[in-house]
Design a protein. Structure first.
Length: 187
């Protein structure tokens, strides 16, 4: 059964985001903008050499359910927020194990680039990483934390270009950028 929204309410003591009104001056004109202060994040493109697949996640995202007439399930890179005193690479390593079940050595995780997400509302920075994995690194089935709804998905390398442009798969721009980067580097 697909999830449904029962109701919405204003946040009183938010844990992860802080809604705010920005007052600023641009070209001599006073303006305002509604925004959300949120955490930066990391995302990781994983390529499994044993299976010749990209390992991504399919995750339930309530805001997508709220703003679109969909089931709220998104295809995404393995990712997580920057909310602890670790390097970005260390956070990426933790997220790979938590969400996808692979224990990847830090030296095998390569930083690719960074970009800003949701720039009209939060402007949080996301740093993109890449790691080559194999089945010897698999420690568990992944799936994320108890409060998350994460499914590990394998996309065959020869199907990835078609997948990334197929509208029926709800996906994030970060996933599309990562696939573009991979095929640009490996053409």
């Amino acid at each position: 059964m697909s999830p449904t929204i029962k109701e919405t309410a204003r946040l009183k003591n938010p844990s992860f985001v802080k809604p705010l009104l920005i007052h600023y001056k641009q070209n001599g004109i006073h303006r305002t903008w509604e925004a959300v202060k949120s955490h930066d994040s990391v995302s990781i493109l994983l390529y499994n050499t044993d299976l010749d697949t990209f390992v991504i996640v399919k995750q339930f995202r309530p805001p997508v359910l709220l703003s679109n007439e969909t089931d709220g399930m998104m295809y995404e890179l393995c990712a997580g927020i920057v909310d602890k005193e670790l390097s970005l690479k260390e956070i990426a390593k933790e997220e790979i194990l938590e969400e996808c079940g692979y224990d990847v050595p830090l030296e095998k995780i390569e930083e690719i680039t960074s970009f800003y997400t949701s720039v009209g509302i939060s402007g949080a920075k996301q740093t993109l990483f890449y790691a080559i994995i194999d089945e010897k690194m698999k420690q568990n089935e992944g799936g994320g934390l108890e409060e998350e709804s994460i499914e590990v998905v394998h996309i065959k390398k020869d199907e990835a270009k078609r997948f990334v442009l197929e509208k029926k798969y709800q996906k994030t721009p970060g996933l599309m950028v990562a696939f573009y980067w991979f095929f640009d580097q490996n053409n």
